[in-house]
Design a protein around this ligand. Structure first.
Ligand code: AMP
Length: 398
């Protein structure tokens, strides 16, 4: 084990979105310096960093120079190209290690890893051509229908996905995803989606924030609630799956395991994210130690903080749609700025905005976290606060 990186050290972050911003805020609170590298400038992470390097991820000289000026490199975005991660790792420790990034940035590799290690997943098949898709989706094929066709690489938030309800829809789905590197997964008629965010130290210590319940809208996370209303044995099993995944991948850092819970009480792993996760944003306000502080502590080799949830909590995402009431972006009624004081009028609601100037539909602009006596009440309050913001932008209001 290497010596811990103490406050005063510099954290290098690859990727510059809200996850890096919240990591950076946690790091600066504890006296660390933060450098960020991404192709953008004035980014959510850059706005709160000591140094923002604007470079393509494949400008490997810039990546090496960036890495040589920090003490450890981590990432907030799993689509960082392999060559970039390897170039950074030539100079300083990369945590989690390159293998974690490589396995989780491609859905097919990820599912093969999970299935190979014995974790429960829905049936799946690799499809590179329409013929392979037709064969996989056939009634006697390895997957059948209904099924979900997904691009294997570079996908997130439901982008590059198409439902194949019946075999006859295969050709249309193939055209919709427009790739020659895809995975077909059997559709899971889930009762609930859940996540467990795990953290693991250099010494192999593991901790987690329990089970979080997630609702999606248009394939994008909409609402997360903790603790999730699931049976204790389901929660235990979900945590054991997460522990197993972090151990199997030898993760040093934070990794989220998204799972489906079926009506029969079965858990199936859907996806891994090798970093803090949107469903864990509520840990910032509701837990003794947030997922971002824990990421900092683990990548720096420090002891982990308590993951205890101090109060039940719910997080509602704020997407760019909020700015465009009742119309497509750029058209109809036009853009309006939400009246943030309407959400802040709920005293147990915390507002988080990511500093993004351009609110496009589907783009994550911020979130609200509500704390309450029960998870159900927290969800009601978070949704009520978001509705108040929505009504503040309705046409007709001054
Ligand atoms: P993903 O990008 O794979 O996490 O998918 C985004 C969302 O699509 C998930 O959170 C689910 O709501 C839905 N979804 C993805 N895969 C499946 C599946 N195999 N069966 C049912 N729903 C799915």
């Amino acid at each position: 084990m290497s010596a811990p990186l103490l406050p005063g050290s510099t954290i290098g972050v690859l990727g510059s979105g809200q996850l890096g911003r919240m990591l950076g805020l946690a790091a600066r609170e504890m006296g660390y310096r933060v450098h960020v590298l991404s192709p953008g400038d004035d980014t959510p992470t850059g706005q709160t960093a000591d140094r923002e390097v604007v470079a393509d991820y494949l400008d490997l000289d810039a990546v090496r120079e960036f890495a040589s000026r920090v003490d450890v490199v981590t990432f907030e975005f799993e689509n960082v190209p392999t060559a970039c991660a390897e170039a950074a790792a030539e100079r300083v420790p990369l945590r989690p290690a390159h293998r974690v990034l490589h396995t989780t940035q491609n859905r097919l590799r990820e599912k093969r890893f999970l299935a190979g290690a014995g974790f429960p997943v829905t049936p799946f098949a690799e499809v590179r051509t329409l013929d392979e898709l037709v064969a996989a989706a056939a009634p006697d094929g390895p997957v059948g229908t209904p099924a979900v066709l997904k691009t294997a690489g570079w996908g997130y938030d439901g982008k590059g996905q198409a439902l194949v309800r019946v075999p006859e829809e295969a050709a249309a789905a193939w055209r919709a995803v427009a790739t020659d590197d895809a995975i077909l997964e059997a559709f899971v008629p889930f009762e609930r989606e859940i996540s467990v965010i795990g953290a693991r130290g250099q010494d192999g210590a593991f901790d987690h924030w329990g089970v979080i319940a997630n609702d999606h809208a248009r394939h994008i996370l909409d609402l997360s609630v903790a603790p999730a209303p699931v049976a204790p044995e389901v929660a235990r099993e979900a945590v054991e799956i997460a522990r197993g995944v972090l151990e199997e991948l030898d993760v040093v850092g934070v990794l989220c395991v998204e799972m489906f819970l079926t009506g029969g009480g079965r858990l199936l792993v859907n996806e891994l994210a090798p970093r803090p996760h949107n469903s864990g944003h509520l840990t910032v306000d509701a837990a003794v130690t947030s997922q971002f502080e824990q990421q900092l502590r683990t990548v720096c080799g420090l002891p982990m903080g308590s993951t205890e949830l101090v109060r039940p909590a719910a997080m509602a995402n704020l997407l760019g749609d909020l700015w465009w009431p009742g119309s497509e972006a750029g058209g109809g009624e036009g853009r309006r700025e939400p009246d943030w004081s309407r959400a802040l009028a709920f005293p147990e609601v915390k507002l988080h905005l990511y500093g993004k100037a351009d609110p496009r539909p589907g783009r994550k602009m911020g979130h609200l976290t509500a704390l309450a006596g029960t998870p159900e009440r927290a969800a009601e309050v978070a949704l009520a606060a978001r509705r108040a913001l929505e009504s503040s932008v309705r046409p007709g209001r001054p």
